[in-house]
Every structure is written in structure tokens, then in C-alpha cells.
Design a protein. Structure first.
Length: 304
């Protein structure tokens, strides 16, 4: 079972700190941003502590193939504005170059929002952008994994058919993949709770499991088809512990990194005190038993 979470990549330790944080959670895979997801500022690759990261991964017996890079949210390949589209292509090209330097093999990308031009035009624009990025990084083997989206606003990628349409227009199929987010597909209308086998059969029939490279395991604060995209801690949302455990333990996905992006838990003492849930969620998942007191336990452990 490959199970981990998002971890930080900042401070003096940079990527070495990312490995240490993942190990502290009991993870054997993890996901990082190359910099803050809210902006496009990035440190020089020489400041990232890549060699120390590799040494720490080797010591922990964690494979580089199970390290995921996530692109920032603020770039939008789906838009028609020429200047903004070119900026997105240029920045994402640099992200692929950074991912290659790190040694990771998969870069997750939110496909973008068409902002009024229509989903067909948006999907075509996304594929155009990905083709440019792949051409710009022809000597890289990094796979761009398009994330399934909840359908908030004018987001593209809310259906398996839209994801497939993007893939069909990407010229180098060896460089394209999919990241399935359980919260997102629930909010988009795919009923994992009551139609688990049917949802994954549709995914395989429309897209194909060969393209599935990453799974984001998140519960949802909102009901089916809400198009809201608000993550919840494992077992505390509308998808539930049982269904999410089925995804994690599904033998078809044994070799696929499964990444938790669940929200930090807020202390009752102050809303400014928040704690990562991942060590406790991973332990709960491994124990195969839902703990309804998990959030209280997380707060207690960090405050004592």
C-alpha cells in the first residue's frame, strides 16, 4: 500500500525537510509543491537540497517514483487570453524542469477554467498548452497528470469524458496521465458510495486505468454533485471511511501513490492553532478502523 500526504517544502531544509516530515507521518510516498501554491516565485534549484533529499529517501526506502509534485493553482491553461496562456505555458515548463531536477516522475496539474469560452474551447486550449510544455521539455520523462475536478465555476475536467478529450489531443501519450481526487469526483457527481464498481468501470472504459498515476484520497464536506470542492478529514465527510478505505486497499491501485490532502485540525483553544492530521489518519487507515474521536486525539497529541 502506497499511502502518504502533502508535506511542506520550505525553510532551511527544503526537500530534506519534506522527507523527514513524511517519515514522521508513517508515509511511504508524498506530494510537494516546488514553492508556494499561491504564487509563481520559486527558489533556485541549487537551494532545494536535492542530494540530501535523495540520501534521506534511500535511507527510508522510499522510491523517487512515489514522490509527486503538484503545480500551483494560479496558472490557467484553459483560458483564451494569449498573454496569460503564454505565461502559464512558460511557468509550467519551468515546473517540469524543476520536477525533472528533483527526480520525481509525476507532476499533477489542475487543468484550468474556461472562464466563459465554453468547456470544448477550454479543453482544446489545455491540450494545446500541454503539447507546448511537452515540446519544451522533450528530454524529460515527467508525466503531467491531469486532476479530476469538482466542476466549480467554469472548471474543465469535471467529467471523465473531458479528461479523455484532453488526453486524445495530447501528441505524446507517454507524458500524460490522470490524478483522481475522491472529493472532486464526488462533488462532480460520481457516486463512489453507492456505485463504487460502476464509477471505476466508467473511468476504465472512458479513460483507462493505464493513465491513472495518482489518487488524492479526501473525504468531502459536501453532498454528491455539489460542485463545491471542500475537503474533509477521512471518515468525517459524505464519502466516509469505508468507501475511502476501499479505494486505498483496492488491489488494482496497489502500485499507485495515494495522497491525503485533508484539512488541518483546529484547536479549541484558538482558531490560529492548527495541526496536520496525516500521522493519525495514516495510522487509522492502517488499523482499518474509523476513530470518531480522531480530531480530538490529534489536538491532544500536538498540545501535550
Amino acid at each position: 500500500m502506497l499511502l502518504g500526504s502533502h508535506v511542506s517544502n520550505n525553510g532551511v531544509k527544503m526537500l530534506l525537510g519534506s522527507v523527514e516530515e513524511a517519515i514522521s507521518y508513517g508515509a511511504n510516498c508524498f506530494m510537494i509543491y516546488t514553492g508556494a501554491p499561491q504564487n509563481t516565485f520559486r527558489k533556485n534549484v541549487n537551494q532545494m537540497n536535492i542530494d540530501k533529499m535523495h540520501a534521506a529517501l534511500k535511507e527510508a526506502n522510499i522510491s523517487l517514483e512515489h514522490i509527486i509534485v503538484h503545480c500551483p493553482y494560479i496558472v490557467n491553461l484553459a483560458q483564451q487570453d494569449t498573454e496569460k496562456f503564454s505565461f502559464a505555458v512558460d511557468f509550467l515548463t519551468k515546473e517540469v524542469i524543476m520536477t525533472t531536477a528533483i527526480g520525481a516522475k509525476i507532476m499533477v496539474l489542475h487543468p484550468g477554467a474556461h472562464v466563459g469560452s465554453g468547456s470544448e474551447a477550454g479543453v482544446k486550449r489545455i491540450a494545446e498548452g500541454i503539447n507546448y510544455i511537452i515540446q519544451n521539455t522533450y528530454d524529460s520523462d515527467v508525466i503531467i497528470a491531469i486532476e479530476t475536478m469538482a466542476g466549480k465555476g467554469t472548471e474543465c475536467g469535471r467529467t471523465f469524458q473531458e479528461i479523455k478529450a484532453i488526453i486524445d489531443m495530447v501528441e505524446d501519450k507517454s507524458r500524460i496521465g490522470v490524478c483522481l481526487d475522491t472529493c472532486h469526483i464526488n462533488d462532480a457527481g460520481y457516486d463512489l458510495v453507492n456505485n463504487y464498481d460502476g464509477v471505476f468501470k466508467e473511468f476504465d472504459d472512458v479513460i483507462g486505468f493505464d493513465y491513472l498515476k495518482v489518487i488524492h484520497v479526501n473525504d468531502s464536506k459536501n453532498p454528491l454533485s455539489s460542485h463545491k470542492d471542500r475537503h474533509e478529514n477521512i471518515g468525517f465527510g459524505t464519502i466516509g471511511f469505508e468507501t475511502l478505505s476501499k479505494v486505498i486497499y483496492d488491489e488494482r491501485f496497489a502500485s499507485i501513490p495515494k495522497i491525503l490532502e485533508t484539512p488541518y485540525v483546529t484547536s479549541p483553544i484558538s482558531k490560529d492553532l492548527v495541526y496536520p492530521p496525516y500521522k493519525h489518519e495514516i495510522a487509522m487507515i492502517k488499523a482499518k478502523t474509523f476513530d470518531e474521536n480522531l480530531k480530538e486525539l490529534i489536538v491532544f497529541d500536538y498540545e501535550n
